[in-house]
Design a binder for this molecule. Structure first.
Ligand SMILES: [Fe+2]
Ligand SMILES: [Fe+2]
Length: 147
């Protein structure tokens, strides 16, 4: 294991307790770790960009479908992230090979803050909705008396 991998592994606090989101976050974690290893940077950047497009779109679908109140703020952070990754890809394609290492170094810190705030709040909201949906329907007192 290299020093870089050790650093990313130590930053792996991306889980929020909502299994489908945690699965995406683990996938993200692996793609960043891959990006920290040299070689095939263009392909790895593409894989990361594709993952993040899917990742952000899925969270935004969850927010819309569950009427999550802080939707716009969370969505703006996603847009910013996707713009940064698109810009890194443009610069890499234009010959800036150091930009990939900078992204791989800085992205885990950004993502940890995002996951522990925006994503964590959404995870709590989605877990609560699941718990309510799974709970047996409570009968009104009048219904109890008539039963
Ligand atoms: Fe996320
Ligand atoms: Fe998010």
């Amino acid at each position: 294991m290299t020093d870089n991998e050790q650093t990313v592994s130590d930053l792996g606090c991306f889980e929020v307790g909502y299994a489908p989101m945690d699965e995406m976050h683990r996938e993200f974690h692996e793609l960043v770790r891959a990006l920290q290893r040299s070689g095939d940077e263009g392909e790895k950047l593409l894989a990361l960009h594709e993952h993040l497009l899917r990742h952000c779109a899925q969270e935004e679908r969850w927010m819309r479908d569950s009427r999550f109140p802080a939707c716009e703020c969370h969505q703006r952070e996603h847009e910013l992230l996707l713009e940064v990754v698109a810009e890194v890809r443009r610069r890499f394609d234009a010959g800036d090979s150091e930009i990939v290492a900078r992204l791989a170094e800085e992205l885990p810190q950004w993502f940890e803050a995002h996951a522990n705030s925006m994503d964590a709040a959404l995870g709590v909201h989605l877990r609560e909705r699941e718990a309510v949906a799974a709970a047996p329907a409570q009968r009104a007192p009048a219904e109890e008396a008539a039963a």
